[in-house]
Design a protein around this ligand. Structure first.
Ligand code: C2O
Ligand code: CU
Length: 624
């Protein structure tokens, strides 16, 4: 069973156990001892089974079971045992006693408390949460007692009062402040040291002599886009284009982009996804700049130091802004003569009610002479993964997230799953028959590549690609040493446990996408020093995929769900962490600044799954 499936099974068992204990209590209270006995045994089996799932989950790490081992299971098992001691014999003999439903119901409250703590609070277990949950079980048991055994008792009221006091105390400790900074085991910055402002961590102020400049102007505006199918979309676009203008440069060029906002009321920025620009140019509103409001402008300047497939998007209310269409591609080619062959840039994007590949919502055909080298740059600009199938030719995945793979081998009949924000460069030699590119198994959207000159081409049908297995990047290509692996002497180690839990954000409790049980902006800042080698571990305790993305740095995958890469090193900017998985990545802190570190499922980021990585001594005038 996968870790994700285990998480779901454990949760289901917890729900069934709580319901069954309560059901047993209720049937006992209405004097149906036979049924009560059956349900009682069922509840006990579910509780025991949870011990099993917890042991299995523990194999993936303590983060997955901490609250179960320290709180939920001891409480549930304790009351289950009590029920066996007190209720089993009377039920078997059909004897009536108010104590029987009382212990069964109390076991139900305990099981429910265990469920609530796992589901709503998760990791780390807080003493406040454990206290409140225990107090509530006590209060519920006492109220039940009062209902089952008529009569007044002052002592019971006193106990209720006591339980309530524990509860209030627990809630109060829940609001105690947490450390605002996580140093990852390294030294904390001593106040009074040298400081630098984000504004000074900028791209070149003047054009260095002999450096070609690529100048662009992008204006964000509310627009109506008409798709090739005839469908009209309300969109927010850069220069009225869907996707925004394709920005290109050659390695070493200076890229200068003037951003204007015509009428996007909530503001816009430009973030260069995967491009390790100087901090001021990063486009993170409230961190590296203020959002550009209607009538305003901002100029971004940086050298084209990385070759490959990248993209840009607004980072202001990015959940809405990107979805509405504020994105485009950035392609940087290597210095020297342009390689022969054809190139197709294909960002996939989902609007409400329409999906486009490039700028088309239909199947388009490209014609190439057989023998032509073709490079297809696949870009996922959405918040969820997409599956691509290239049928009719062997191919290679030459690059992932813009970075070339080492000796990628030729493959065929394997699908490519690209995480939100990620890219795959696929290369093949145009054969003398047709090639089809399918997205998510759709027949209404995609590309065909037809041999030029030949009359008609036939294509492999989409159904034949349905069973293709997914290319495993962790074992694709050939190893090459980067000098960094899991045993490197890391200066800092950060662990981020991501989940969906109750969190206090901005003073109000919310059901949020959280990091260590906290939602942005209340997640502690990760602090590093320039030059540090950093290990970052992402633990997914939730039931959603989380495509993780750190700004300003390229990360190397150290292990993906426990597997060390055996193929090419994987140098990425976005990596998918599925439910129950643990991924470890390393990076060198060589780009000083304040950087966003977040889930690239943008609604998740918007609902709290986001934090800052800061270099010691860097300050920002824009910081919120
Ligand atoms: Cu592509 Cu912070 O984002
Ligand atoms: Cu997420």
């Amino acid at each position: 069973m996968t870790a994700g499936a285990l998480l779901i099974v454990d949760l289901l068992l917890a729900v069934v156990a709580a319901a069954a204990w309560i059901g047993a209590g209720v049937t006992a209270a209405v004097r149906r001892p036979r049924i009560a006995l059956l349900v009682f045994v069922g509840a006990s089996i579910c509780t025991l089974a949870r011990v099993g799932t917890t042991v299995a989950l523990a194999g993936n790490g303590w983060w997955f079971v901490q609250e179960k081992v320290l709180f939920g299971l001891p409480l549930a098992v304790l009351f289950a045992l009590l029920a066996w001691i007190v209720a089993f014999r009377p039920l078997l003999r059909g004897q009536e006693s108010p104590v029987v439903p009382l212990v069964l119901l109390t076991a139900g409250y305990a099981a429910a408390a265990a469920l609530v703590v796992t589901f709503l609070f998760g990791y780390p277990l807080r003493i406040s949460v454990a206290l409140v949950a225990t107090a509530l079980v006590g209060v519920a048991a006492l109220v039940t007692w009062r209902m089952l055994v008529p009569g007044r008792s002052r002592s019971r009221l006193a106990i209720v009062g006591g339980a309530a006091a524990v509860g209030v105390a627990g809630i109060a400790t829940g609001f105690l402040p947490v450390a605002a900074i996580d140093t990852g085991g390294g030294h904390a910055h001593s106040a009074g040291g040298e400081t630098r402002s984000v504004a000074d961590l900028a791209g070149p102020a003047a054009v260095p002599p002999g450096v070609p400049v690529r100048r662009y102007e992008l204006t964000a505006r509310k627009s109506t886009a008409t798709l090739p199918s005839g469908q009209k979309l309300d969109a927010w676009l850069y220069n009225g284009k869907l996707p925004g203008p394709e920005l290109t440069a050659t390695e070493g060029d200076l890229i200068e982009v003037k951003l204007r906002n015509a009428d996007i009321d909530r503001g816009v920025t430009l973030h260069w996804h995967g491009y390790d620009v100087p901090n001021r140019e990063d486009g993170a509103p409230g961190v590296t700049q203020d959002a550009v409001m209607p009538g305003g402008e901002f100029v971004y300047r940086f050298r084209a130091t990385q070759v490959g497939t990248y993209w840009y998007h607004t980072h202001q209310v990015s959940d809405t802004g990107v979805r509405m269409g504020l994105y485009g591609t950035l392609i940087v080619s290597p210095k020297g003569p342009k390689p022969a062959g054809a190139e197709v840039v294909l960002p996939v994007h989902t609007f409400s009610g329409a999906m486009v590949l490039g700028s088309s919502d239909e199947v388009l055909d490209h014609r190439f002479r057989p023998g032509t080298p073709v490079r297809v740059r696949l870009i996922n600009t959405d918040s969820t993964p997409h599956r691509f199938a290239l049928a009719g030719t062997p191919f290679r995945v030459a690059a992932v997230d813009g970075r070339d793979l080492n000796e990628p081998g030729e493959i065929s009949e394997q699908s490519l799953v690209i995480a939100a924000g990620g890219r795959n460069d696929v290369t093949f030699t145009m054969p003398s028959r047709g090639v089809a590119l399918y997205v998510d198994g759709l027949t209404t959207l995609g590309r065909t590549f037809s041999p030029e000159g030949s009359g008609s081409a036939s294509y492999v049908g989409v159904d034949e690609t349905a069973g293709w297995k997914q290319l495993d990047l962790l074992s694709y290509g050939k190893p090459r040493s980067t000098g960094i692996d899991g045993s490197s002497p890391f200066d800092r180690r950060f662990t981020l446990v991501v989940d969906r839990t109750l969190a206090v954000a901005g003073g109000l409790p919310k059901y949020a996408y959280t990091v260590d049980g906290r939602a942005y902006p209340d997640v502690p800042v990760q602090q590093v020093k320039e030059g540090d080698l950093v290990l970052m571990t992402i633990v997914n305790r939730g039931l959603d995929n989380h495509p993780w993305h750190l700004h300003g740095h390229t990360v190397q995958i150290i292990s993906g769900n426990g597997r060390v890469p055996t193929g090419s090193p994987l140098l990425l900017d976005t990596f998918e962490v599925r439910p129950g998985e643990v991924w470890q990545v390393a990076f060198r802190a060589t780009n000083p600044g304040l950087w966003m570190n977040h889930c690239h499922n943008l609604p998740h980021a918007d609902q709290g799954m986001m934090l800052h990585l800061e270099y010691e001594g860097v300050t920002s005038p824009n910081r919120r």
